[in-house]
Design a protein around this ligand. Structure first.
Ligand SMILES: C[S@@+](CC[C@H](N)C(=O)[O-])C[C@H]1O[C@@H](n2cnc3c(N)ncnc32)[C@H](O)[C@@H]1O
Length: 195
């Protein structure tokens, strides 16, 4: 039995599942994130998954996707995207104008605040967070909750916690930010935290 959920078996499986979970609103989150990337900015995308953001920020000067899943990294590289194997739990975050983290904080809870603090330290302009606040894992029917938790396992870890708007706002307010912008985009809350 594999210890990582089938959502992460292949970038195509992952993309198909994301399209189902964000039915009719798949592009909404990416557009909301892209709005916070200024022209000429360098971007580091933490836990980048299939690096789908890369094609949606043509205004950026550079994009670097970081993820612990070798298949995702190989797939991104084959598409000409700069992507590297990286472990958020043990490795430093490279400096960039904009540091992005999408749909990934729940995996690190309750240490996700540390990850956000490190992202804030690594960003020279802004951190952009997109985190789902409406989830199958918490809002779904019993079979949807079961499926969502099972298919999003990583290395044997199952994640029961999911953020809502209040927990995300509490997390972000701990940062010494000059300006915080929060907006719902489909199932996600998109938060831009300026230095
Ligand atoms: C739900 S996916 C989100 C992917 C992408 N950011 C998106 O929005 O589509 C979570 C990602 O976190 C990655 N991940 C999980 N634990 C990680 C870790 N310790 N270090 C780096 N990446 C990790 C997984 O491999 C997966 O690609």
């Amino acid at each position: 039995m594999t210890s990582t959920g089938f959502a992460y078996a292949h970038p195509w499986t992952y993309s198909a599942i994301m399209r189902v979970l964000h039915w009719g609103e798949f592009e909404t989150r990416y557009s909301a994130v892209a709005e916070h990337v200024p022209a000429g900015a360098s971007v580091v995308d933490l836990c980048c998954g299939d690096a789908a953001l890369a094609a949606r920020i043509p205004q950026a000067k550079s994009y670097l996707g970081l993820d612990a899943n070798q298949r995702f990294i190989d797939h991104a590289k084959r598409r000409g995207i700069d992507a590297r194997l990286w472990d958020a739990r043990t490795m430093p975050i490279p400096q960039a104008d904009i540091v992005v983290i999408q749909s990934s904080l729940y995996q690190f809870h309750p240490e996700d605040a540390d990850l956000v603090r490190k992202a804030f330290a690594a960003a020279t302009q802004r951190v952009v967070i997109a985190e789902p606040v409406v989830n199958w894992a918490t809002h779904g029917k019993p079979w949807q909750k079961f499926l969502a938790r099972r298919m999003t396992r990583v290395s044997g870890r199952k994640f029961d916690f999911r953020h809502d708007e209040a927990t995300l706002e509490a997390l972000v307010r701990t940062l010494p930010s000059r300006r915080v912008d929060m907006k719902r985009a489909g199932r996600d809350l998109v938060i831009a935290i300026d230095k």
